[in-house]
Design a protein around this ligand. Structure first.
Ligand SMILES: Cc1cc2nc3c(=O)[nH]c(=O)nc-3n(C[C@H](O)[C@H](O)[C@H](O)COP(=O)(O)OP(=O)(O)OC[C@H]3O[C@@H](n4cnc5c(N)ncnc54)[C@H](O)[C@@H]3O)c2cc1C
Length: 435
């Protein structure tokens, strides 16, 4: 791809160890920063500690929903008391492990403050705007044939197991539609028309025809290839180990494979961004929320489009001859250990909604760490250091937010008017609230 504008940050010399910009993290957040920066004319190097598209990254085994679905922050009105919601029980869909960790306790206090109708509505407005812009970017990117095969847009079914869950969701439809999401209640027989092979044991369903998803990790791998062809250098198995900071700016960046002297540094290292930014003396208000996915052979009664098992907080997506189910929210620190008990619980939930989904061969069980802010809105922008920006905190919807987030980073570095309003995304917005 040719550059149409001047390089946004002409400080690096542009050679291999002095690129204009080093992006730390080769997940979806980092790759979209690299994409927009390169399009704006910058020389860009991406550092990834593992292999691109590898299971260490949260962008590897998720359900890949993009588009207008799911823009609500995790912090919902009524979620203030962890105990009353049963979140301290290990089997709850959203589990918080009791801990005396000060950072976690502060995060939880800020999460509680975000659980008001006003804060949730403000978060939704920011996230839906970013999701819509992201979809436009994805549609343009996916015109490239190699990557087009990893993008599907068959709509999404939201299934409700309980009468009150369906009633609550149906009441909220008009508000959601007013916010630009084309959600509707499915009438009698419509679900059978949409999914004739699949038997549901549910009380009702909604449908969002805008529902789209990316097949991962294939999307990440193909996107990496597109970026290489654009001239982005991607250094796999390269681990950021430290920064040299002089006079309020990063002078040098150390890795296990040599040093870099870039003009600007973007930290986009997902749940590890906290430790990366801390190496430069910058604090981030971020916690990892672990999730699981199980990828199995596609059963005969499997759905042909994504289905959300709403009360169970789980999702399923068809991936050709495979079916992936994803879910669980566990605030338990940086561990990615897989609990067989949780996996069994997820499969049980699937059986409650789709009783014919006989268990077929499980191909892979995976867990990943969602990088989460207390209010569910990412941290994107400049930090206290002159040449350090962050693109982090995409939480449970990073696949659907990162395209717009990466664009915002390139606008910030180029000093251009941004398409996405950066104000609600300020990385330091929690600093003055509570310690
Ligand atoms: C079960 C599950 C289901 C999900 N479903 C969806 C969904 O349907 N739709 C959606 O939009 N989102 C979904 N998500 C969320 C989504 O996966 C994340 O928001 C997104 O992947 C975060 O991307 P990221 O690039 O910020 O982080 P990551 O993908 O984790 O990337 C960060 C990268 O930085 C690298 N790194 C870390 N430290 C260093 C270092 N020191 N040096 C170099 N590299 C480093 C890591 O190896 C990693 O590859 C889901 C998540 C889970 C767990």
């Amino acid at each position: 791809m040719t550059s149409e504008q001047a390089a946004p940050v002409p400080k690096g010399t542009g050679d291999r160890s002095d690129p204009d910009v080093v992006v730390v993290g080769g997940g979806v957040a980092g790759l979209f920063c690299a994409y927009h920066l390169r399009r704006a004319g910058a020389s860009v190097t991406v550092l990834e500690r593992g292999a691109l598209g590898g299971p260490q990254s949260c962008s590897y085994g998720n359900t890949g929903f993009v588009g207008t679905h799911g823009a609500a922050p995790l912090a919902e009105p009524g979620m203030r008391s962890l105990r009353s919601l049963g979140m301290l029980s290990a089997d709850a869909p959203f589990y918080v492990k009791p801990s005396a960790d000060r950072e976690l306790l502060r995060w939880l206090r800020l999460f509680g403050r975000a659980c008001t109708p006003a804060a949730a509505a403000a978060g939704f407005r920011t996230l839906i705007g970013m999701k819509k812009r992201s979809l436009e970017i994805l549609l343009e990117l996916c015109e490239s044939p190699s990557i087009a095969a990893t993008f599907e847009s068959p709509g999404i079914v939201l299934a409700y197991k309980t009468a009150h869950g369906f009633a609550d969701a149906s009441r909220a439809v008009s508000r959601t539609v007013a916010n630009g999401v084309p959600l509707r209640v499915l009438g009698p027989g419509e679900l059978e028309e949409l999914e004739p092979k699949t038997r549901f044991d549910i009380r009702g369903a909604l449908y969002n025809p805008d529902g789209a998803y990316l097949q991962v990790p294939e999307f990440v791998v193909e996107f990496g290839q597109v970026l290489r062809e654009m001239g982005v250098e991607i250094r796999e198995h390269t681990d950021l180990t430290g920064f040299e900071v002089t006079a309020g700016a990063i002078e040098r960046l150390h890795t296990n494979r040599g040093d870099f002297h870039p003009g600007e540094v973007v930290v986009a290292a997902g749940a590890w961004s906290t430790e990366c930014a801390r190496m430069a003396g910058v604090g981030l208000t971020l916690q990892p929320i672990k999730g699981y996915s199980v990828t199995m052979d596609m059963p005969p009664g499997g759905p042909s489009r994504p289905v959300l098992l709403s009360e169970g907080r789980m999702a399923m997506v068809p991936l050709g001859d495979r079916l992936r189910i994803g879910g669980r929210l566990e605030l338990i620190g940086m561990s990615t250990a897989i609990s067989e008990r949780r996996v069994r619980g997820m499969l049980r939930t699937v059986g409650e909604y789709l009783p014919d989904l006989a268990e077929t061969r499980t191909r892979e069980t995976w867990s990943g760490l969602r990088p989460c802010t207390p209010d569910g809105v990412p941290l994107i922008g400049r930090t206290g250091l002159r040449n350090l920006v962050v693109a982090v905190g995409y939480g449970h919807i990073g696949m659907g937010l990162a395209p717009a987030g990466g664009e915002l980073i390139s606008h910030i570095l180029a000093g251009q008017d941004p398409t996405t309003d950066p104000t609600p995304l300020q990385p330091d917005r929690f600093d003055s609230i509570i310690s």
